[in-house]
Design a protein around this ligand. Structure first.
Ligand code: PMP
Length: 391
């Protein structure tokens, strides 16, 4: 069919410069090893931090929910799509996060998209870290609020932003808890102190910290002992929790308000029973089986140290997300392809996901990896890195 030649031209250009990507279908269950093109390879690209995508207790909960409640809900939450299990799960999650209330959205992405546009008007300001996730950036695009982007984790620039905007009705400081591309942790104690000094709200997107940091994986707020001092915690059910979805953990007022004004919540069908039941079981697993998080951190330390020893530039990472920085977009994809040849699946990440000149292969270890698998992955990195003159 004719009509998309202008898009095809751009795609052809991407093919020429080596940045065109194909989706990589997995032919197996998610895990420390996966099957790609009929070959078993070590998985270093998933957000399945604790290996919960295949946890038996969660599978069992999901199957039981399907048996009892079917596969779908047939409606948005505000019409006929709220099952008692949605509300029970939200209460449980709020308790886990030490907040008053919680509200589940369809995804982490739609949570960030929905919240800022719902609670801010042109009388307000959103003050956002320059490396915040795309869903926060899109959420900001949807508000009529004034935007002020501050330099990455720069508290001086954040203070300047707070000083500049004192005449507005509300200011909200927004940051990722753990930055998804570099794996560094936001300086939350400093951010919260400044927000309190200048009477601003704080919102933290803890997508990559829930299940990873804090007591039993409660996230960065708990990690820094800031419970009760962060107004909005955003999380996902899609990463360490191993299923799908997003949520806010905050006050009852915010929950009630978003039920009325959060557009992705209002206009999109609610989660199927299996998703909620499995997510709920995941919270039990976090509370009852701390060994997964312990393994995750042991593996993180081992793998990060190994990459550094080989001479790779791993940037400022402090978490299981470890980037291998190479700079050039095409080289990042080349490294990824070479690693796959040697049995390791680690995706190249290039512009526009990261800035030009900051391309990388991003690795994420999980609790499921064995030491042998991680050592084999390091050996593959050594071979590929030498072959491409990166180390
Ligand atoms: N926030 C951050 C920081 C993320 O990394 C992601 C996932 N890429 C999201 C939000 C979106 O979450 P989800 O995949 O649940 O939509």
């Amino acid at each position: 069919m004719k009509g998309f030649e202008y898009l095809q031209e751009e795609l052809d250009h991407m093919k020429e410069e080596g940045t065109f990507r194909k989706l990589v279908p997995l032919e197996s269950e998610q895990g420390s090893k996966v099957v790609i093109n009929g070959k078993e390879v070590i998985q270093l690209s998933s957000n399945n931090y604790l290996g919960l995508t295949s946890h038996p207790k969660m599978k069992e909960a999901a199957l039981k929910a399907v048996e009892e409640f079917g596969v779908g809900t047939g409606s948005v939450r505000t019409i006929a799509g709220t099952l008692s299990m949605h509300e029970e799960f939200e209460k449980k999650l709020a308790e886990f996060k030490h907040t008053e209330a919680c509200l589940v959205f369809q995804s982490g992405f739609s949570t960030n998209q929905g919240i800022l546009s719902a609670i801010l008007t042109d009388q307000d300001v959103v003050i956002s870290d320059e490396l915040n996730h795309a869903s926060i950036i899109d959420g900001i695009r949807l508000t009529k609020a004034k935007r002020r982007i501050y330099k990455h984790v720069d508290l001086e620039d954040l203070e300047a932003a707070l000083k500049e905007t004192q005449e507005f009705r509300k200011r909200i400081v927004v940051t990722d808890g753990v930055f998804s591309m570099d794996g560094n942790i936001a300086p939350l104690p400093g951010i919260v102190e400044l927000a309190e000094k200048y009477d601003a709200l704080v919102m933290v997107d803890d997508a990559h910290a829930s299940g990873v940091l804090g007591t039993n994986g409660r996230g960065t707020i708990d990690h820094f002992n800031l419970n009760g001092r962060v107004h909005i915690q955003v999380g996902t059910l899609s990463k360490a929790i191993g299923v799908l979805g997003g949520y806010i953990a905050s006050t009852q007022t915010l929950r009630d308000y978003l039920i009325h004004k959060g557009r992705p919540f209002l206009f999109s069908t609610s989660h199927p029973p299996a998703v909620i039941a499995a997510s709920s079981a995941a919270i039990d697993v976090l509370e009852e089986e701390p060994e997964h998080m312990e393994r995750l951190w042991e593996n993180t330390k081992f793998f990060k140290a190994g990459l550094k020893e080989l001479g790779f530039n791993t940037g400022v990472s402090e978490t299981p997300i470890t980037p291998v920085l190479v700079g050039d977009d095409a080289l990042a994809h080349k490294l990824s392809d070479t690693l796959l040849k040697y049995g390791v699946f680690a995706q190249g990440i290039a512009f526009p996901t990261v800035a030009k000149g900051k391309a990388r292969v991003r690795t994420i270890v999980t609790a499921q990896h064995t030491k042998e698998e991680l050592q084999a992955a390091l050996d593959a990195f050594e071979k590929a890195g030498k072959e491409l003159n990166i180390i």
